[in-house]
Design a protein around this ligand. Sequence first.
Ligand code: DSN
Length: 428
Amino acid sequence: MTKSILFNTVKIMLNLTELTAQENLRQKNTLNLIASENYPSPQVLELMGTVWMNKYAEGQPGKRYYAGSGNVDLLEIKTMELALEVFNASGYGCNVQILSGSPANATVFHSALEPGDLVLSLSLDEGGHLSHMHSTSVFNKYFDFAHYKLVEVEPNSFEIDLEDLQNKLIQSKPKLVIFGFSSYPKQIDFPVLIKLCHDHGVLVLADVAHINGLIAAGLHPTPFADNDTGADFVTMTTHKTLRGPRSGIIFAKDRHMKSVNRTIFPGSFGGPHMQQIAALAQALQEIIGNQEYPDGRSFEQYSKDILANCKMLENELRAGGLEIISPTQTHMCLVKLPADIDSLEIQQKLEKCGIITNRNMLPKDTKTPWRPSGLRLGSAALTSRGADTNDFKTIAHLITDIVLSKISEKEAGAAVSKLAQSLKWYYR
Ligand code: DSN
């Protein structure tokens, strides 16, 4: 659709009640395998639309610029306490005012670095994130960057190349290294990587946006430690495996917190979005168990189910004849599509059948980011809707049959619709 057609359509049909109902139905009636999306509890969603939104609260708890801040002070202090408790982050402070993941990373860069300092990260092509100093990122105006690499340890199985990392720590002399990725199905051995960087006097940022729920549940190595195996900074979004609102958190070792707080306010932000902070507090209470997600399942059990479902998805895709990249140890699996298949067309075909995915670059990909070789799939969202390993087996078979053109779109669409309607839906 061209831009002008899109804008004309919006002019004609912008009835927000109808459009919102339409989006609600789209979400309810499809199978969402986007690894970075999830379904928070209705309480989290409701708090995003409460009177907290009406309050300006520039500053820090106890030191605000506007009157009327008693309640927001209580809310923000409690949310920070909950965040530290959920991640067992002793020796760290945190800031819950940051709006999302990329601004959280920007805040760390501006807190820890001077112009011209070098940041070492994994490239977007190999699984990193745009905000990890991609060549198109505005951060490159201020800071230099270099990338460490992945190595193929077994056919189709990639890991961080420790030798390359160590060489670059010595030769490039970075000030900061980033670990934590957007498209990396294996676990990240944070303690080992962080210690290696600290042995070379280099600061570490762990961006755990994708895996923070698994870390909170104790099912993934943690970057938090009150010694030299602990990252100096930890950033995250809060809406992926953590199952909270669209928001962010920055943790930092106590000695860096003053600089982080000042970079946020007055350094680069105005008033925090208190509705996001309230919704985050609710999600964190659900993780601790003071509040319940509607299915009553503990967060730990939910996270175990995410892992079991993802493994089932991956095993069945492989059994159906699809190639898997880097066997999953998380909520995410990566499929390498057959060379003659266009990933954009497959993403669209899956969507027509009601399966929502995103195409993705793979390590050493020879195709372009617009039409890369891979498909990224995640299990967190459907696990929230109660999907179990049998459901994920069915989903894997449907995806395989759609990709390999073994089923008609009509037949696949009917099967997807039946399965989607059998799953839980907690929103009105
Ligand atoms: N866009 C998110 C993802 O899909 O991984 C990261 O920001």
